[in-house]
Design a protein around this ligand. Structure first.
Ligand SMILES: Cc1cc2nc3c(=O)[nH]c(=O)nc-3n(C[C@H](O)[C@H](O)[C@H](O)COP(=O)(O)O)c2cc1C
Length: 142
């Protein structure tokens, strides 16, 4: 059974390429073995991640992610059983929202900045899907 989970969190340090490279390297090493796909977005000190896969795999990965000291204030924005994946092309895709179109952020937020803590989970998920549709997702090889 497939599920999709969405959460937001605050990085312990301002997000920088060394940090995101380390996280994504780990994700791209582990996720294929776990059957996990998804998307990690970041801007400033905010992470938003969607992970999808089997219910056990997603639940266990989320538990590990919550314990990770590299971030805090982990907030679950959505969890649902799904019939199909939406992010199947990425063992963990990435979008640095600093490079994203401000118009996109404006469309889904009160300001042209990422604030998933004050936005509904459905809205944040719509933004993630639009990033995919726009071709904004980067997928470096592991
Ligand atoms: C924002 C963020 C996203 C992460 N995403 C993943 C991921 O998609 N897959 C993964 O295996 N680890 C991910 N990690 C790393 C996990 O938190 C954890 O370090 C890793 O799963 C190993 O866990 P373990 O030491 O309990 O085995 C992420 C960490 C952070 C801070």
């Amino acid at each position: 059974m497939l599920v999709r989970l969405l959460y937001a969190s605050r990085s312990a340090v301002p997000i920088n390429p060394v940090l995101t490279d380390a996280i994504l390297r780990e994700a791209r090493y582990n996720n294929p073995k776990l059957g996990i796909t998804g998307l990690l977005c970041f801007a400033g000190d905010v992470f938003v991640q969607v992970i999808e896969g089997g219910r056990d795999a997603v639940s266990e990965l989320f538990a590990a992610i919550v314990r990770d000291p590299r971030h805090s204030h982990v907030r679950l924005l959505g969890f649902e059983e799904v019939r199909e994946r939406r992010f199947m092309s990425w063992m963990m895709g990435e979008v640095d929202l600093a490079n994203a179109n401000a118009t996109l952020l404006m469309r889904y937020s009160e300001r042209a900045s990422l604030n998933p803590f004050e936005t509904s989970g459905h809205t944040t998920m719509s933004m993630m899907e639009e990033l995919v549709a726009m071709g904004a997702v980067v997928s470096r090889s592991a």
